[in-house]
Design a protein around this ligand. Structure first.
Ligand code: OAD
Ligand code: ZN
Length: 247
């Protein structure tokens, strides 16, 4: 099975990857669903909404600061590096991720589409102020702040520049992702439950256009019914083997 996956990838002229929280699990970043997906007594789905934010911005910011602090210490794992390597080899044309953790960029992926935003980016709830904390070098300062973060421009509340439940994805980002999916001959789906839309349309579009789906997950997901090859295992271990086989 894994040999077949490697062969398909090596021969493809246009492959993409579609990733979710499971690809970062081996880096120590908790996934959203399942036993390890809890923060205090809340499910992420209860906190990652505009309603939750306006009801209790402090609680929602506390959750995001906790995640940002965890993610800041996390390093990319073999799966992130394998995807960057496949891009350098000219096999992979893009990584489309649902993750906000920046680990694909850290691993060296160049053509990265972040469908759900980036946890190190913040934006103002009133004006057009935006900041990428890694670029401005303010991650530490931000995490030490005891108050709810305010816009340096207008004083309104800042919020994480991520997509919350009930919010639309940025149109240009989604468009770009759909166009890549339309062209893809192979799509490697890694570590996603595949139940959050519109992101989960990506592999479906690939499949409808006659492309092949290779899925890597520790368990079956919403994508598994359309997967041509299902490789059960940890993302880092399986991807490392695939890259070795291709080489
Ligand atoms: P989930 O937490 O829903 O799913 C994680 C998936 O990773 C599950 O299918 C696990 O079986 C799998 N998994 C766990 N460890 C793994 C490993 N080491 N190797 C391979 N697979 C592993 O995360 P997502 O599918 O990313 O949205 O969730 C989708 C979206 O829902 C997120 O982007 C976020 C969330 O709420 C927003 O915030 C808008
Ligand atoms: Zn502002």
């Amino acid at each position: 099975m894994i040999e077949e996956a490697a062969k398909l990838l090596a021969r493809s002229r246009f492959a993409i990857a579609f990733t979710g929280a499971g690809i970062s699990a081996e880096s120590g970043v908790p996934t959203f669903r399942g036993f390890n997906g809890l923060w205090k007594k809340y499910r992420p789905e209860e906190l990652a909404t505009p309603e939750a934010f306006w009801k209790n911005p402090r609680l929602v910011w506390e959750f995001y600061m906790w995640r940002m602090n965890l993610i800041r210490k996390a390093k990319p794992n073999d799966a992130h590096y394998a995807l960057a390597e496949l891009e350098r080899m000219g096999i992979l044309k893009a990584v489309i991720t649902q993750n906000v953790d920046d680990l694909h960029r850290e691993a060296g992926t160049k053509n990265l589409i972040e469908l759900h935003g980036n946890i190190f980016r913040v934006k103002c709830t009133s004006c057009s102020y935006r900041e990428y904390l890694k670029e401005s070098g303010r991650v530490d300062e931000f995490l030490q702040e005891k108050d709810v973060p305010k816009c340096p421009n207008c004083g309104s509340l800042l919020r994480p520049d991520v997509v919350w439940f009930g919010e639309a994805l940025p149109e240009d980002t989604l468009d770009k992702a759909f166009r890549l999916a339309e062209r893809a001959q192979v799509c490697i789906v890694i570590g996603t439950s595949g139940i959050v839309y519109p992101a989960a349309y990506i592999p479906q579009i690939v499949k409808e256009r006659g492309g092949t789906i290779i899925e890597i997950n520790v368990e079956k997901s919403g994508i598994t019914p359309i997967a041509d090859i299902f490789l059960r295992g940890k993302a880092g271990e399986v991807m490392d083997k695939i890259v070795r086989l291709i080489k």
